[in-house]
Design a protein around this ligand. Structure first.
Ligand SMILES: [Zn+2]
Length: 276
């Protein structure tokens, strides 16, 4: 079911970690950002859009993680985009003959059967200097940064005051760093600064997982995420409701992710101190 969150901007929520797909109405059809998770819900979305007389004319994946790269044949054959780095990253994965088996390993087992992998990651990389998504609709600015995943992009739908933040600024998930990067902490802090630069232009915040926020949530979540990343950097215990005793989501696994991130960063630090 589609729900309007701003003029010409609708969302669909999947059960899996409250994933959000975003539909932006254009002149001759819609832009579909991070299409969804399960076959039947993407097919339903395609149906709903057909009923509205709004074919999908473009797709966009915010970053190269499986839950943001899916597609369903009924959504049609519109061009699908990501940043050049995002496209290169997934191209690498797809170049392995056994990529499906590898991806299947990380899918949530309870819904794995319902997740269609055939069209995963079939995206075109937009050159790094691309400022806006090429499509016939409201201007959608690409804010690329290196945090959470290679070539991660937040999207600012300028005329609608909507920020689609991908896997940044979630109210239910702590920041998941891209631990393969050379300096994941600084990358993350730099990304938060980029998002802060546009905070005044945002009335509605849509994150890849979690709840939709209003204007006040942008700075509040940036502050919360920055504090978390600082705590990670300093090896301390974060005072963060998302992994605290009052957490309402992911109590059984998020504290584990936090511990794992701490361990990985500590290891990185040791290696950094070792001369070649
Ligand atoms: Zn995600």
């Amino acid at each position: 079911m589609l729900k309007q969150v701003a003029e010409g901007v609708l969302i669909h929520e999947s059960e899996f970690i409250q994933s959000k797909s975003v539909v932006v109405q254009g002149r001759a059809g819609v832009l579909l950002i991070d299409p969804g998770i399960q076959s039947d819900e993407m097919a339903q979305l395609a149906n709903d859009l057909r009923d509205l007389g709004q074919p999908v004319v473009a797709g966009f994946s915010t970053h190269p993680h499986w839950d943001h790269l899916l597609w369903h044949a009924t959504l049609g054959e519109a061009p699908r985009y990501g940043t050049a780095r995002c496209a290169a990253d997934i191209r690498d994965v797809l170049s392995n003959a056994d990529w499906k088996a590898r991806v299947a390993e990380v899918l949530p087992p309870e819904i794995a059967e319902e997740i269609p992998l055939d069209l995963l990651g079939v995206i075109t990389g937009l050159p790094a200097e691309t400022a806006h998504i090429p499509w016939d609709g409201p201007k959608v600015r690409i804010i690329e940064h290196q945090a959470h995943a290679q070539g991660h992009a937040a999207l600012l739908i300028e005329e609608r005051g909507v920020l689609v933040a991908g896997d940044m600024l979630s109210d239910i998930l702590i920041p998941f760093l891209d631990l393969g990067a050379a300096d994941p902490i600084e990358d993350y802090l730099a990304a938060l600064r980029l998002l802060e630069d546009v905070a005044d232009d945002v009335d509605v915040l849509i994150t890849g997982h979690g709840s939709v926020g209003g204007a006040d949530q942008v700075r509040a979540r940036i502050t919360q995420d920055r504090a978390y990343v600082h705590a990670l950097r300093d090896g301390g215990l974060p005072d963060d409701p998302r992994v605290g005793p009052s957490a309402t989501f992911g109590k059984d696994w998020l504290p584990g992710v936090h511990k794992w991130q701490l361990q990985q960063l500590a290891q990185k630090g040791e290696h950094a101190g070792t001369p070649e």
